[in-house]
Each structure stands twice: as structure tokens, then as C-alpha cells.
Ligand binder design. Sequence first.
Ligand code: ADP
Ligand code: ASP
Ligand code: MG
Length: 467
Amino acid sequence: MIVMKFGGTSVEDARAMTTVIEIVERERHRKPVVVLSAIAGATNMLLDAARLSVEGKLDEATRLLNELLERHVLILENLITHRTTIQELILEIRRRFDELKNLCQGIAILGELTNRSLDAIASVGERLSTLIVARGMEERGLPAELVDARSFMMTDEQYANAAPQMPFIETKARELLLPLINTGKIVITQGFIGSTRKGITTTLGRGGSDYSAAIIGAVLDAEEIQIWTDVDGVLTGDPRIVPSAKKLKVISFREASELAYFGAKVLHPSTILPAVKKNIPVIVLNSRRPAASGTRIVSDPPKSNAAVKSIASKKGITVINIQSTRMLMAYGFLESIFSVFSRHKTPVDLVSTSEVAVSLTIDNTSRLEEILQELESFAEVSVFRNKAIVCIVGEQMHSTVGIADRIFHALGDINVMMISQGASEINMSLVVDETDVVEAVRRLHKEFFEPVPELEIFESIGTNSSD
Ligand code: ADP
Ligand code: ASP
Ligand code: MG
């Protein structure tokens, strides 16, 4: 069996959904499990409605919800032909929006918005898109079976960023999904959403549908996990920054992980992990150009001479410099620094050390004040906000002479605040001002990918593949 995940733009309207149904139908012999995101923009609109409600702007929230309701109605009217099915679905969708409005009213009255409520509200997006696509498939004579992801995607109670509980998911998913798959059903389920063991709705974090797909693929031992999106595959750079980006035909799990972690939105950062554990290839494909070959992410891609494969970037980074003369010749200093971050559950991304100073970066600043207070009790601390990480990735980077030279030459007058060579030995990360990040990525892209270095690995992208 295979897992086929379609992102928001792949289900954004009736035409896109029709394409999804056709793509799935073509793969029917491979026993697909279909994982869907909410229609493009729906999650943002739902979360905005919740936030407006807590600010007491219930009218604006209602307007937003009505707009989203209308979009869903328009989609199903254009996708489905049977009048009675349309009526039935409209009633069902209206009922769900009535529930949403009640929830928003409650939030406005209480003046309190928890992550738990946000998850309940956000989950409606995926629950609606799957409902509509499943009905569309049935109408076209396909044996679609809609399974609520909350019946098997068990998570902890960390709302808005819940961690999947793999052993439970494995048992539940196999028990519920395998009999359906084995009797020829096409299972359709939601990405992004899950449930605590007590049955309360959770989400896996923004962009989490990719992660859902990988988890489902891993627990069901899929032969392949397909991630269908709106670009031709994993590209040499973010196409919104470098329109001339090329597609990578194949990359390693390690390269894909680094890229995802350092900002390549095409994959949720956790996606690769479940696939690696079971060595299942992940293929990134373009639902707007289904015939294109996509990018294969595998454990052991063919060796290539291209040292650099792709460049990712991530804004919203805060750099913390920690200095202390006590550090000189002392042991335990780094431990005392990292224990502060660990106590405050704040991941550190990049680290660079000298004899008397440590620089590190974080992107979650929710506990910054507390962290600084503790650090200042034993060191001199300075904080630099609005920074960005630029991450240059490639398995062969470290065995290729002169890469650092080319990087700094290409960057020219752009100020680099910090450098970190990833411990994984396949990346090099730089910290620059947020205002310089676009130019930095463009210059580096030009240096390494224009002209295209190696045709066996890189390929031009389709004309209608990015927005
Ligand atoms: P989906 O809704 O299908 O999950 P996303 O918007 O989450 O799609 O991710 C796809 C987008 O990721 C692309 O449209 C592209 O703009 C962006 N992106 C950023 N970096 C890369 C990259 N290196 N390769 C491909 N796409 C990238
Ligand atoms: N719909 C969710 C989001 O927008 C999950 C996803 O699309 O992957 O974050
Ligand atoms: Mg995504």
C-alpha cells in the first residue's frame, strides 16, 4: 500500500479536488491511503476567527466563518452532481459551522482562548475537506471510506503541538485501517489532527499533515509516502525567494531533514523521521503537474559530485551571546547554560563557542525573559533579535574543498553574525540580519546553481508549478 498526502492548494477548489480524485484513481491498484489537509487558507481563517473572538470582535469572526462556509459550499456544488448529496452535505457543513460559531461565542464571553480550543477549531478544516473529497470519490464510483484520524492518531496533551504516541497509533491504525485496505477500500483521513487518549482533539502543529502521512505510512509499512503539493518537488531554494530554483531529482533523508528543519516549508520538519525508521521512500510531487517525476527522498541516493544541493532559510531567529570569564579553562559551563534552556523547554538551533563566549540561536522566545534572568545570574548576556538562519545543505559538502570560500565570496558585503557547521556534517548555517536574508539566499543560489551544476541531480521546474 502507499500513502498519498495532498496539501491545502491541492484541494483548494472543486477543480483541484477533481484532479486529486483522478490521481488517486490512477494509483488505485497500489492500495492508497489518502491523507488530506484543509482547503488552502482554511486553517488560518479558523485560527483568526478564534483570535478575533477572544478580542471580543465576534462580528468579524462570524464574517470570516461565513466566508469559509460559503467557500466549502461552492466547492461541493461544483464537485458533486447529485442534488440530494449536495443538500445533505450543505446541512452537515452548516451544522459544523453553527458549532464553530457557538465555540467562538463561548471564547468571546469567557475572554479566554486556550490551545485546546484552538485545536478543536482548527480541526474543522481537515474534517470538512475530507468529507467533501470522500463524497466526490463515492459519486465517481470509487470505494472511498472516510476514517476520522482521531480514532487512531493518538497524541499527548500538548495542544497545538501534540506529540504522536507511536505504539498506540500503530495498534489502532492497523486494527482500523488494514481490514478496509485489504477489502479494496480507499481510506481517506485527515492530516494534522489527532486525539488524546481521553478523546480530546489535538493538532500536530502547523504544516503537520506531512507528518501525519509519514506516521501512517510507517505504522502501516507503506511501500511509499507521496507528498503532493504545489511545486515540482524539493527545490534548490525557496521558489518565492529564487524563482530560478531547480528541482532535485533525488536527495537523502538527512539532507531533507536539515532543509525542512531550517525552513524549507515543502516538508514539515518531523516528516522524515517515521519514514527513516522504516526506510520508506518519500516522494514529493506536484498535483498541478501530476505527470512530472517529483523528488525522491531516500536513505542512500546515488553519489553525486554536486556538493551543495539546496539552500533553506528561516526568519524570526534570536541570537543570544553569553560571556563569562568563568568560562576560561572551566568545565561545566556549557552544561549550566544548556540546562537553563532545557528547563524552559526551549530548543537551541545553532551553537558556536569560543574560549570566553557562547553564541546560540533560538526561534521560540516565549520563555526568553525567564531564560535571560537565569543566565544573567552567572554570565554577561546580550540578545539580538530579528535575525535569520541561512542553511546550505549537501552530503558532499565536507569532502569538497573550497565551499566555505565560495560561500563567503558570494555573500560579499552581507554581514554574517554567526557560523555553525552542522554536527551532521552535511550543512553549514549562517546567521544574518532578517533584512539581508533574501539577498543572501539569492547570491548563494546564483553561486551554486546558476548554471545548473549536474544534470543527473537537478532539473528545471515546470512553468505552472509555483505561486
Ligand atoms: P502544502 O499545502 O502542499 O503542504 P506548503 O505551502 O506547506 O504546501 O509547502 C509548499 C511550498 O513550500 C511551496 O509552494 C514553496 O513555496 C515552499 N518552499 C520553500 N522552500 C522550498 C524548497 N526548497 N523546495 C520546494 N518548495 C519550497
Ligand atoms: N492545515 C494545516 C495547516 O495549515 C496542516 C497542513 O496543511 O499541513 O497548518
Ligand atoms: Mg505543508
